[in-house]
Design a protein around this ligand. Structure first.
Ligand code: B1M
Length: 210
């Protein structure tokens, strides 16, 4: 089995200690952190999601896998960010109210930081009012909303409505997350949508230029 496969297996099985050993080994052997993300870490979480859907595993197992993934991110995030330049834009990001999933949101934040954005991460379960308050505090160019549950997609709509209702018409809003679509983004009046963390950089630049 290749080391990338070992990493994927370790995340699927929630083996944090193995992740802490394998990631530095991969880096030492010259592996690309982006490749680690795309070929091991993200696919591992897809396997976990599939198993959960089939009732082969339950929430505690999902949680240990998520923790193992975060362990890997702790090591590779600084390397991904290092490639960045001086902050060009300020961005806020958060997972919407009712939703506790943060791995995808954290990845988008990492990619934005890597692209040279100054990112303020508001965390998970962020209410529409908290987004508005943070906009007033930080005056960002961009706000990113993440949702992983179909049941929290309405909170995205509420957040966009609250931001616009508070008169923040210039701040651009980008949304994403597994159940979210471009159509939904248009429907709720968001400025853009990205399907994954890498395209969230291009999508952000595009809407910021418009
Ligand atoms: Co949850 N969960 N979970 N979960 N969980 C999903 C999302 C689910 C699809 C699993 C399944 O059934 N197959 C399902 C949702 C079904 C639905 O609504 N359609 C689900 C469920 C049902 C639940 C609970 C309700 C389970 C329960 O309690 N019965 C519960 C809800 C808790 C809550 O939020 N209120 C719950 C809980 C959890 C844990 C806490 C155990 C854990 C989260 C830990 C954490 O995040 N710290 C967890 C996990 C790990 C998952 C899965 C397995 C993995 C999510 C993940 O991290 N993926 C997930 C199944 C799956 O996704 N396959 C599942 C990896 C990550 C890199 O991808 O987050 O999609 P993702 O992010 C991508 C893109 O979506 C995009 O870019 C990212 C990187 O490419 N993206 C953006 C994300 N945000 C973006 C923002 C952008 C742009 C792009 O712009 C701003």
């Amino acid at each position: 089995m290749s080391k990338l496969e070992d990493l994927k297996t370790a995340v699927i099985n929630g083996k944090r200690k193995d992740v802490k050993t394998i990631v530095p080994e991969l880096l030492e052997s010259g592996a690309d952190p982006v490749e680690m993300l795309e070929q091991a870490l993200i696919p591992a979480m897809s396997v976990v999601g599939e198993r959960f859907k089939k009732n082969e595993i339950f929430v505690p197992e999902m949680l240990v896998s998520a923790r193992a993934m975060k362990e890997a991110m702790k090591i590779i995030e600084p390397i991904l960010i290092e490639a960045g330049v001086k902050p060009e834009f300020k961005a806020l990001i958060g997972t919407v109210e009712g939703d506790l999933h943060d791995i995808g949101k954290n990845l988008v934040a990492t990619m934005w930081k890597g692209a040279g954005f100054d990112v303020v991460d508001l965390g998970v379960n962020v209410s529409p009012a908290a987004f508005v308050q943070a906009i007033e505090e930080h005056s960002p160019h961009l706000v990113g909303l993440s949702a992983l549950l179909t049941t929290t997609m309405p909170a995205m709509r509420d957040t966009v409505e609250k931001i616009r209702g508070a008169g923040h018409d210039k701040v651009k809003v980008l949304i994403g997350g597994a159940p979210v679509t471009l159509e939904f983004a248009r429907e709720i009046g968001a400025d853009g949508y990205a399907s994954d963390a890498a395209s969230a950089v291009d999508a952000a630049r595009e809407i910021l230029a418009s």
